[in-house]
Design a protein around this ligand. Structure first.
Ligand code: AMP
Length: 329
């Protein structure tokens, strides 16, 4: 099936089911929150007679302003439902494992396709966000579907956050046209940006710690390791500690940057956030139990030694890239 055919098939399934359950990934970010809540709001406005359920325990501090999800439901409820999973590359990353109880499952995602699942797998890797795909879906069927200011706000949140405020490589003319379509609904962007981007005092102090302690390898990989102890010292949630990756961005010559965040668990796992410009680094993440996008991916290492090994591998990879390419900055 081509993608327009898949979109039509998804709409047909949505129309056919009286109950639809929406799922997203673990460690929810703005895009999976926005896509799941936006899709729910849009479908509920379009089909008031249908039951659209989004139940998920996992929350993320900086997205709490988007409001809670539905209360958990009994297992029997899943059995008759169409499940739609948004923004999630593989089944292991779906936050609610009960998605498997659904009668049929549909995947809507923009990550590099590593694992198709579901009766329809609609994946567009070039899209800057899953929210952009939901808006494209709306745009294709706008005679049938209803957009609301609430749905627009959720979807815009995902578009803004996953595209780095419309700066990342995946941003196209379509991205801005779809964003415009959402803004036309009347979004209070000042309040939205205040929720998304204002920082707590201790978080800014932490930023200065990261700038002070970051390192760079010979060939231009910027790194920071944020131990459990440091996270406690600054009173940070894991999520707040994980934002350290963004402080490493923007160093001339450092075209790859890695933030290692201690998970503080028994297996001594360390979350790795992998970012780059010009060069695709998702292969590096895949070597360390991870994956994601070409220039924004995630991985896990299980010791400080493995962290060093990953840094060395990144450095060698960047060396080779720089030697064989021009135009990087
Ligand atoms: P993060 O640094 O956690 O924001 O991850 C960047 C991107 O990579 C996100 O789109 C994640 O969904 C994806 N990602 C992160 N960790 C993994 C993983 N272990 N496996 C597959 N994809 C991942």
């Amino acid at each position: 099936m081509t993608n327009p055919e898949k979109m039509q098939a998804i709409l047909d399934k949505i129309k056919a089911y009286p109950r639809i359950m929406i799922f997203r990934h673990i460690r929810p970010d703005g895009d999976c929150f926005g896509a799941s809540k936006g899709l729910k709001a849009m479908l509920q406005a379009t089909y008031p007679e249908k039951e659209i359920i989004l139940t998920d325990d996992a929350q993320t501090d900086y997205l709490k302003f988007l409001g809670p999800d539905d209360a958990p439901v009994a297992d029997e409820v899943y059995a008759s439902a169409l499940g739609i999973v948004v923004d999630t590359g593989g089944v292991k990353r779906i936050s609610n494992p009960k998605f498997a109880l659904c009668k049929e499952v549909i995947k809507i995602d923009h990550h590099i396709e590593s694992e198709p699942y579901g009766v329809i797998s609609w994946v567009e890797e070039h899209r800057s966000s899953a929210c952009e795909m939901i808006v494209a879906f709306y745009d294709m069927f706008k005679d049938e579907l209803k957009m609301t200011p609430e749905a627009a706000m959720y979807l815009y949140t995902g578009m803004v956050t996953d595209s780095g405020r419309f700066r990342f490589e995946g941003v196209t003319g379509d991205t801005l046209r779809y964003a415009a379509l959402l803004l036309d609904q009347g979004i209070d962007t000042q309040t939205l940006y205040a929720h998304l981007y204002l920082k707590e005092f201790n978080e800014l102090k932490f930023q200065s710690y990261v700038l002070e302690h970051m390192e760079r390898t010979e060939n231009g990989v910027a790194t920071i390791y944020v131990s459990d102890e440091i996270q406690k010292q600054f009173g940070l949630t894991r999520e707040a500690a994980s934002t350290s990756v963004s402080f490493l961005e923007g160093i001339k010559g450092c075209i790859c940057w890695l933030a290692f965040i201690d998970n503080g668990d028994e297996s001594h796992s360390i979350r790795v956030r992998v970012r780059s410009r010009f060069v695709e680094t998702n292969g590096l993440a895949e070597h360390y139990h991870g994956g994601g996008h070409a220039m924004a991916s995630g991985a896990t290492v299980y010791s400080v030694e493995e962290m060093r090994q990953m840094i060395d591998e990144a450095d060698a990879f960047i060396k080779e890239y720089k030697e064989s390419h021009t135009g990087w900055l």
